[in-house]
Every structure is written in C-alpha cells, then in structure tokens.
Design a protein around this ligand. Structure first.
Ligand SMILES: *[C@@H]1O[C@H](CO)[C@@H](O)[C@H](O)[C@H]1NC(C)=O
Ligand SMILES: *[C@@H]1O[C@H](CO)[C@@H](O)[C@H](O)[C@H]1NC(C)=O
Ligand SMILES: *[C@@H]1O[C@H](CO)[C@@H](O)[C@H](O)[C@H]1NC(C)=O
Ligand SMILES: *[C@@H]1O[C@H](CO)[C@@H](O)[C@H](O)[C@H]1NC(C)=O
Ligand SMILES: *[C@@H]1O[C@H](CO)[C@@H](O)[C@H](O)[C@H]1NC(C)=O
Ligand SMILES: *[C@@H]1O[C@H](CO)[C@@H](O)[C@H](O)[C@H]1NC(C)=O
Ligand SMILES: *[C@@H]1O[C@H](CO)[C@@H](O)[C@H](O)[C@H]1NC(C)=O
Ligand SMILES: *[C@@H]1O[C@H](CO)[C@@H](O)[C@H](O)[C@H]1NC(C)=O
Ligand SMILES: *[C@@H]1O[C@H](CO)[C@@H](O)[C@H](O)[C@H]1NC(C)=O
Ligand SMILES: *[C@@H]1O[C@H](CO)[C@@H](O)[C@H](O)[C@H]1NC(C)=O
Ligand SMILES: *[C@@H]1O[C@H](CO)[C@@H](O)[C@H](O)[C@H]1NC(C)=O
Length: 771
C-alpha cells in the first residue's frame, strides 16, 4: 500500500473513507441501484390498528424556526423526559405501515388527524428512570462506579424489558437486533481483508456491528453463547483466532495508517470489554486490554503526540473537520473509558485528556451554521454516528458531554440537513457518497431529539428502516409521540456560504410527491469529497428520480483525492467534473474551484398539518436563485433559478447566461428520453415527464448524449466509470446572452391543468410573480 500522496500533502491525507463502490452498490443500503421490495418488518408485528393517540399540549411551533434554548444536557441527567408536554394517555403504535422500494416509510393515507398529533413528549407514557449517577462536578477521568459505562448503564438495561413490552418501536428494534445477531452468529468470524487505500475499514465496522449485537443479545438473554461468540470475534481481530488476521505490518494489525480502522476496532473492543465486563475472566480482560493498548490506544497516543508520524493528520489544523475527526476521537474515547481504572499503560487517561477537547474544536464544527455537514449527505452518517456515540458515552460514563453538543451553537440543526436532504426517492447526495454504512445509521437523530428537545427528529427516524440498532434502544425517548410532519415546513433554505442549498417538496408523506433541491456553495474545503457542481439539482416526482446524481467515481482511481486545486486530477473524472453535473457548462470547461456563489430564496412557508392527505394551495410555492457567475472562468454573467409552480405541480428552471463562448445546459437522467425541438418526454417506471423550452431563443433545442466525457476533454489518469442507462439531456447554445427557461411537467394523471408561466427576470422573481 502506498501512502506517498499523504506524505506529499504535509501529513494530510485526502483519500477519504474509501469504498469498494461495487460492493457498496450491491448492498443497496442507501442508494440501491435497483430498488427491491424490502421485507416489511411491520407486517410481522401487525399493521397498527388503533392510532388512538390524543393530542397533547401543543409545544413549539415551526421546527427549524424554534431552537429549544434549554441548557442542554451538559451534566447529570440521562436522556428522558426533559421539560415540556403533558397529554392524555393514548394507544401506542408504529405509525408507518411499511417500507417502500426506496427504503422509505409508508404512511397510511388518511385525514384522521387524531392519529397524527403534534410532536411532543407525552408524560403519560413510560419513561427511562433517572440516572442514579449524577456527579456534581463531572470529570472525564471520574467514571461511574458500575458497569456498563458506555451508552447503556445498568439502570437502563434493568428498565429496558418493560419498555420494550410497552413500546412498539423498541419492540420492533429489539427483534431486528436479535435477527441480525442470529444471522451473524451463523457466519465465520469476520475475515481480514485489506482493501487498498480504504484499509480494513469495512472489516473493522463489521466487527463493531457484531460485537454490539452479540453483547446486546447476551444482556437480554443471559445466554453465554453470545459471550463466547463475542470472544471469538475479539480473538480473531487480535490475530489470535482460527481465521487468523494477517497483515504485512503485524505490529500494526489495526492499520493505524488509515486511522478510521484503528478507531472503529478500538470502539468495538471498548464495547465488548464494558458491556460484558462481568463475564470475562481476569485473563480475558487482560488479553483484551493488551491487544487494545497495542493496536488501538498506543497508535492513538502516537497519532496525538509524535510529530514524526502522519497517522494523526485528522486531529485538526484546518483539515480536521469532518467525519474523520469524529470517528477517530470517538473510537479512542469509548475504548479509553472502557478500560480506565484497569489500564496499566496510562494511555487511556492520557487520551481522554486529549480527545474531548479536540473533538470540541473539530468534529463539532463539521456542521455549518445552517446545519449542513461539511462533507456530503452520506458522510453525515459517519460523522454524526460517532459524535453521538462520543456524547452518549461521555454522559453515561462520566456524567457530562463537556459541551460537545453545544460548543457549536448550530449543531442541533444538523437533523434538518438530513431530513430535508431526503427526497421522495433518494437523498440529494451531491459529491462522494462514501463506503458501506455498517455501524453508521441515522440513529444519531434519536439522541439529538432527546438532548436538543426536538421530538421531530426522533419521530422522523423511528419509522426509518435503519432504526433497529442497539444504540436506538438507549437513545430513543419512549415518551416521544406525534407526527414529525405536523407543522413541518415543506421547504428549507440552507444559506451558509459553504453549501447554499434549498429543499422544496409538495408533501412529507406522499411517496409520489414532488421534490426539488438545488445547490450552489463553495467547491473547496469539503475534504475533497465535492464535485464542481454549483447549480446542480435533483428532481423527484411520482415515486421516480427524474434528474439525478452520478455519485462516486472509483475512490482508488489515481489522484482521485489528490487535492481540490483547479488543476487536480480529481476534476478530470467525468463524475466529478462540471459536465457530469446537472448544471450549466460554459466553454466545455470545469467551474472555477474558487467560486463564491450568492443565493436568494423564498418560500410560502407552507406546512402540511397533521393529515397525510394534503394538497398545497395554488399559490403555495418556493424558489431558489443563485448568481453563479463566479463559478465560471469564462462567462460574463450566469444566474440560475428554480421554482415550484401551480400549487407545487410543476417546476420552472431558468438560466440567464451571458458568455463569449459556448453554453451547454445539461441534466442526467435514468429515464428514456425522446427529444424533439423544444420539447422532450422522459419515461421511466411507467411514468412520464414532459419538458419544454419556453420562449426558446433561436437554435435552442433539446438533444441527447451518453454520459461520457466530451472528446475535447483532457484524458484522466484512469478511465471513467461507465454510466450505462444514463442519458444526458442537453441544450447547446453558441456564445451570446440568453434567458433560457425549461418547464418540467410531471404527468400526474390526476387532472392537473398545467400552466404556462410568464417570463420574469430572476431579479424580479417573488412569491407571487408567477401566479
Ligand atoms: C427481544 O426479541 C427477542 C427475539 O424476538 C424476543 O425473544 C425477546 O422476548 C424480546 N425482548 C423483549 C424484552 O421483549
Ligand atoms: C437486520 O435484520 C433486518 C430484519 O430482519 C433485516 O431486514 C436486515 O437486512 C438485517 N441487517 C443486516 C445488516 O443483516
Ligand atoms: C439476566 O440476569 C440478570 C442478573 O441476574 C437478571 O436481572 C435478568 O432478569 C436476567 N435476564 C433474563 C432474560 O433472564
Ligand atoms: C492475542 O495473543 C497475544 C499474543 O499471545 C496476546 O498478547 C493477546 O493478549 C491476545 N489477545 C486477545 C484478545 O486474545
Ligand atoms: C515517533 O515515531 C517514529 C516513527 O514511527 C518512531 O521511530 C519514534 O520512536 C516515535 N517516537 C516516540 C517518542 O514514540
Ligand atoms: C458557515 O458555518 C461555519 C461553521 O459553523 C461558520 O464558521 C461560518 O461563520 C458560517 N458562515 C456564514 C456566512 O454564516
Ligand atoms: C439512476 O437511478 C439510480 C437508482 O435509482 C440512482 O441511484 C441514480 O442517482 C440515478 N441517476 C440519475 C442520473 O438519475
Ligand atoms: C494537486 O494534485 C495534482 C494531481 O492531481 C498535482 O499535480 C498537483 O501538484 C497538486 N497540487 C497541489 C497544490 O498539491
Ligand atoms: C417565511 O419564513 C421566513 C423565515 O421566518 C420569513 O422571513 C418569510 O417572510 C416567510 N415568508 C412568508 C411568505 O411568510
Ligand atoms: C467577452 O467579450 C467582451 C467584449 O470583447 C469583453 O469585454 C469581456 O471581457 C469578455 N468576457 C470574458 C469573460 O472573457
Ligand atoms: C450511446 O451508447 C450506446 C451504447 O454504446 C450507443 O449505441 C449509442 O449510439 C450512444 N449514443 C450516443 C448518442 O452517442
């Protein structure tokens, strides 16, 4: 394995969290290439019949516009009934009735608003007991007297069976964990596999996933089979097992050169040590500690303190923001808390004196002022999972999060980034999408809901397919009740200059709803996971993604992560260059990496209400406009706007461009395209969408091409990944000044009367300008 790129980058490394993209796609975890109908977990439990929840006291108004200014959970208390809300007792049921082909929850179509009430905490429902461990002056080196310390203290295990019996979500997730553990039990111990630059990350995360599930099932059954099975994984990952792990660097078995691997294995060891503490013999404990110290905490101390090793590049200095900092600090923290007091190396206490402050200065600031994650929509999973694990472990083990939750006063908004980034099919997943999730889920939302007192986050996540995980069992507040969409604005504009994007939709619960999102934002400083994509957009309607992203290139392509300067080889790969995005291409050239676009946006602020049956009024609308002139090295002016029309049934995309060189309007689609003159018809999944160019400038017609590089492009260091079945819809224009308007009319087949909007300059757009 060669780490030269790292050395030549002053100790930073840019190859990110590698994926094996084909394996990633084949798992269909988040972005299934071909959605398959997923087993419907809820069916096993019966579709909820009586949705009898009665509205409680109305708390708060519009999510996103309210920040619960409670003094957070810096010390003492466990999760549980923070603050507000009363309410009548009511039935409990899983609100979703299943999962659709996009892995998204399905809600029954009903106007019975009594079933879906205001997001709240219902004091009449059973809650977690209060943590008896509540130190008045918490210290990171003063751990609770009992075990477990990490995330799930004994008082929570004692309360859990009763809560599982009463709460349908906890019951569902408990069953999922048992099923998963049973499946993994039948497999051999995780096989060591060094995957190029991504190291042993997948392997590490599989070990962690199994350790979590096996030790969970042990604690819920007292069946020591699960202790033995956990021991088998630990032995194996120490190089002592039958499926012996072998490495070209046996003294660095956990691959500290790619420190994520080290960190995830350290976390796995910490969980196993702590959750099964009373089951291990003294010899076993000593063996776990010696392996952890040798391959995990020792390299951690080196990463922190030895300036002649590069393995700690993620500690900061401007490049420490992002998921790497969260994952690495969290793994070292969980492991150190687990062995603190038993550790004879001194590394555990040394690291705890370093990791918390470092994560507060770096990991916590991976969230920008608007809630957006600094990398991409998929890296959010890794970063927030580790942030949440670290917060939760510190609180359970020592009684405080030391302000990791609030040192960035806008961290709480990151749930909005995730919720609004989810379209009616897939995420608006610009840039790179990262590796397999394994232990990363969106369940950080359950913890954030409780700690920030934003029940919407938990109400959203509890119906998602990935909610069945051991962490959910302890992060979820079982007093959460209501429907997340009740009073939730349909649109949200994210306005930090580093991201600048907007999400707009016609419903939160209709799987056929319209969803449009567009971004501007700066192109550099995203851990080299961005694309050159100012003006990029996606569009869902009728359960289909009509305009979409190409996603990752091959992470192992030469220089894929070299840097994000204008000349970087990264920008030579089709999926990363401007022509591979759904935006304007000028002079067949990439956008300027130093782009500093501007945005404006407006929304009618329409909210859905509690019913799942919802039709926006005719004047309900939203728009996003960006002046993206600075994104072009060769244009006089480029402005792009997108808006919803006709009660959110149609979309207008308008580009005002002035350039001395050629202009190309491009979008990528999986649909079958039939283009003729100023109209195009897209067909997919038995649905159609009509596009037309309005007030067409001379020579503006639709043409199509395959999603391959233009023959005028430079040759990249390695071939592009093929994009089979993708068509690029194009409008090519010679140099000149244009107002190019493209109208998108999804063929809803519901009697919609389509409108033809007036021509209004972007500078004059307003909420009512197209009524
Ligand atoms: C958890 O799930 C397992 C497997 O379905 C079941 O046997 C067990 O009773 C459940 N635990 C509780 C507390 O309900
Ligand atoms: C976990 O179990 C659920 C329910 O059986 C299943 O749908 C899911 O695929 C399993 N996850 C893994 C990673 O095996
Ligand atoms: C497991 O053992 C603990 C401690 O003895 C006990 O409290 C718990 O009820 C037992 N659980 C089961 C499922 O037998
Ligand atoms: C693995 O074997 C080594 C060498 O005998 C020993 O030092 C270590 O403690 C063992 N680790 C585990 C987890 O068994
Ligand atoms: C620092 O790292 C170098 C290179 O791995 C190693 O030779 C040296 O012993 C380390 N220094 C300390 C104090 O651990
Ligand atoms: C964007 O977010 C970062 C990180 O929170 C913050 O430092 C910066 O001030 C924000 N920029 C703006 C324009 O709000
Ligand atoms: C094509 O469809 C797949 C799976 O539905 C999706 O992941 C991808 O983003 C789509 N691509 C485009 C260009 O729409
Ligand atoms: C950026 O990466 C390219 C290779 O893609 C390399 O030629 C160039 O020297 C690098 N620039 C900087 C500033 O590191
Ligand atoms: C929508 O909400 C935003 C943010 O509070 C506000 O600035 C704007 O005026 C509202 N728009 C309408 C049409 O009420
Ligand atoms: C385009 O041409 C005009 C007239 O020659 C010139 O003033 C302008 O600078 C040119 N713009 C760009 C971006 O080269
Ligand atoms: C796209 O690729 C297919 C398969 O290679 C080829 O048959 C077709 O002619 C290409 N279409 C265009 C517009 O180049």
């Amino acid at each position: 394995m060669s780490y030269d790129p790292i050395q030549s980058n002053h100790g930073h490394q840019f190859y990110g969290q590698d994926a094996n993209p084909s394996y990633y796609q084949s798992t269909g975890f988040i972005t299934p290439a071909k959605p398959i109908k997923r087993t419907n977990n809820w069916k096993k439990f019966g579709i909820p019949v009586a949705l009898l929840v009665v509205a409680g006291v109305v708390v708060g108004v519009v999510l996103g516009l309210r920040h619960h200014n409670q003094t957070s959970s810096a010390s003492g208390s466990s999760s549980s009934s923070s603050g507000s809300a009363a309410g009548s007792a009511g039935g409990r049921a899983v609100l979703a009735t299943g999962t659709n082909t996009w892995f998204l929850p399905e809600y029954p179509s009903t106007t019975n608003t009594a079933a879906y009430t205001t997001p709240t905490l219902n004091a009449a429902l059973s809650s977690w007991p209060t943590d008896p461990f509540a130190p008045s002056s918490p210290s990171v080196l003063s751990v609770r007297p009992d075990r477990p310390r990490l995330i799930a203290p004994a008082y929570k295990w004692a309360a859990l069976p009763n809560l599982v019996a009463k709460d349908p979500y906890l019951s569902l997730w408990n069953a999922t964990i048992f099923e998963n553990a049973t499946q993994w039990d039948a497999l051999p111990a995780v096989v060591y596999f060094m995957d190029g630059d991504s190291g042993i990350l997948d392997v590490a995360r599989q070990v962690k996933q199994r350790v979590k599930a096996f030790s969970y099932v042990y604690r819920m059954t007292n069946n020591t089979h699960w202790v033995d099975r956990t021991w088998e994984e630990l032995q194996n990952a120490a190089g002592n097992g039958s499926s012996t792990w072998t490495s070209t660097t046996p003294d660095d078995l956990w691959n500290s050169a790619h420190f994520l691997d080290t960190a995830e294995l350290s976390a796995a060891y910490g969980i196993a040590y702590d959750w099964l503490y009373d089951l291990w013999s003294a010899d076993q404990k000593a063996a776990i500690r010696s392996t952890l110290v040798k391959f995990g905490l020792g390299p951690g101390v080196q990463a922190y303190t030895n300036s002649s090793v590069f393995t700690g590049w993620w500690r900061g200095g401007g490049n420490g923001f992002g998921n790497w900092n969260c994952v690495c600090n969290n793994g070292l923290t969980m492991a150190s808390l687990a062995i603190l007091g038993d550790d004879t190396s001194g590394f555990a206490s040394q690291l705890l004196g370093l990791t918390v402050d470092n994560a507060k200065a770096n990991c916590a600031f991976a969230v920008s002022s608007d809630g957006t994650w600094s990398e991409t929509a998929d890296y959010w999973y890794f970063g927030t999972t580790s942030h949440a694990e670290m917060v939760s472990s510190l609180i359970s083990a020592t009684g405080s999060d030391y302000d990791l939750l609030k040192v960035n006063p806008n961290f709480y908004k990151t749930g909005l980034f995730h919720m609004y980034g989810q379209g009616t099919t897939q995420l608006f997943a610009w840039g790179d999408n990262g590796p397999n999730k394994y232990t990363a889920t969106a369940n950080s939302l359950l913890l954030y809901a409780d700690k920030y007192n934003i029940p919407e986050y938990a109400l959203y996540q509890r119906d998602q397919f990935d909610a069945g995980d051991p962490w959910s069992m302890f992060w979820y507040n079982p007093q959460t009740s209501g429907a997340f969409w009740d009073n939730m604005p349909l649109d949200y504009a994210f306005d930090n200059n580093t991201d600048q994007w907007m999400s707009m939709r016609s419903s939160w619960t209709d799987p056929n709803a319209l969803f449009v999102a567009m971004k501007a934002g700066t192109l550099v400083g995203h851990q080299t996971h961005n694309d050159l994509d100012v003006g990029d957009f996606v569009l869902d309607a009728m359960g289909t993604r009509w305009v979409g992203e190409l996603g990752d290139g091959d992470y192992r392509s030469p220089d894929y992560f070299s840097n994000d300067t204008q000349g970087s080889a990264r920008w030579m790969y089709y999926r990363k260059m401007t022509e591979g995005q759904n935006t304007i291409l000028i002079g067949a050239a990439n956008q300027n990496v130093n782009a500093a676009p501007k945005m404006t946006s407006k929304s009618s602020n329409t909210t859905q209400g509690s019913s799942t049956v919802f039709t926006p009024s005719k004047d309900s609308t939203a728009y996003f406009v960006t002046d993206m002139t600075s994104a072009y090295l060769n244009a006089n002016s480029v402005k792009r706007g997108i808006r919803l029309l006709n009660g959110r049934k149609q979309v207008l995309l308008q580009d005002e461009v002035s350039s001395n060189t050629t202009i190309m309007w491009r979008m990528h689609t999986n649909a079958t395209v039939s283009a003729s003159g100023t109209t195009a018809t897209l067909s997919r999944d038995g649905k159609t969408m009509d596009l037309s160019i309005l007030n067409a400038p001379d020579s503006a017609t639709f043409t199509t091409a395959n999603a391959t590089r233009l023959n005028t492009d430079v040759t990249p260091p390695a071939p592009d990944q093929p994009n089979p079945d993708i068509t690029v819809l194009i409008i090519s224009l010679p140099a000149g000044t244009y107002n190019l308007q493209v109208l998108f009319n999804p063929q809803w087949n519901d009697g919609t009367n389509f409108v033809t909007p007036p021509s209004v300059l972007l500078d004059n757009w307003d909420l009512a300008s197209h009524n």
